[in-house]
Design a protein around this ligand. Sequence first.
Ligand SMILES: NC(=O)c1ccc[n+]([C@@H]2O[C@H](COP(=O)([O-])OP(=O)(O)OC[C@H]3O[C@@H](n4cnc5c(N)ncnc54)[C@H](OP(=O)(O)O)[C@@H]3O)[C@@H](O)[C@H]2O)c1
Length: 291
Amino acid sequence: MNESERYALGTRTVRRVGYGAMQLAGPGVFGPPKNRPGALAVLREAVASGVDHIDTSDYYGPHVTNQLIREALHPYPRDLVIVTKLGARRGPDGSWKPALSAEDLKSAVHDNLRNLRVDALEVANLRIMFGAHQPTEGSIEAPLAVLAELQRQGLVRHIGLSNVTAKQVEEGRARAKIVCVQNHYNLAHRHDDGLIDELAAAGIAYVPFFPLGGFTPLQSTALSDVAKALGATPMQVALAWLLQRAPNLLLIPGTSSVEHLRENLTAADLKLPGEAVTKLNQIATGQPKAG
Ligand SMILES: NC(=O)c1ccc[n+]([C@@H]2O[C@H](COP(=O)([O-])OP(=O)(O)OC[C@H]3O[C@@H](n4cnc5c(N)ncnc54)[C@H](OP(=O)(O)O)[C@@H]3O)[C@@H](O)[C@H]2O)c1
């Protein structure tokens, strides 16, 4: 992987391409993986290939993904940054419920510490869910104050925000040091274009979730055409497009397959010519757009 391309995440720097562990849990991110040795192999291969940024949460499974990370990788390499998130819990049927009360957040921090077997969480994203799944306006003051207190206690080193509006990012930055924002973004879903530029100017990492489109990976004729012309796969092109979009984008593509993992990591070496970027920029709007 390209060693020169790194970006700050809290007080550490990480490679631009990391790994998102959500896909390692069972179907619907619920229960154990279908292929446990395969899940452990993906994590070990990621770190052996140079990945130093893994995204997780204790509500994946729940507990399953963190326990897999611990089994595969503990004791952790010194340079590995594990980022987790708090703010949701799972119903008995696998449903996703908001969990933003002081009690919820405290127990989520302790669940993460126990299951990852660490003394402190390097980065904890406060994942906002005010009822709806998509970002919804509303003050984040109360849950952020709880997380800031857990940070003062030394249980959380750095705070990030997830699934938030630009206004909530502004509110969060006024109340705490925010080291990253993790929101839904990819070449077909560009709601956060303005926010990304704002955060880049402030030196804050933006971590797109669903970088490949999520549960249904991106499909587009333009994407396939560009990939074919470059001798790459559509997923590699989708990741390379994100890497060139702004320097503060840190990628966490998810996969349960070692083969897909290897494919995704080589996206860091793919350079997109200007005409390819112009073509890809038309996917979201149907119109040429500045990349
Ligand atoms: N903050 C939040 O609210 C939030 C929400 C969602 C996700 N996340 C985080 O973001 C990370 C990334 O999101 P994600 O995993 O949901 O979605 P994603 O990275 O956009 O896509 C994952 C999907 O793409 C497939 N895939 C991966 N590489 C591929 C390849 N090279 N060729 C073909 N298919 C490929 C995977 O299937 P295979 O397993 O078969 O490869 C999986 O179905 C998650 O792991 C999680 O850590 C955060």
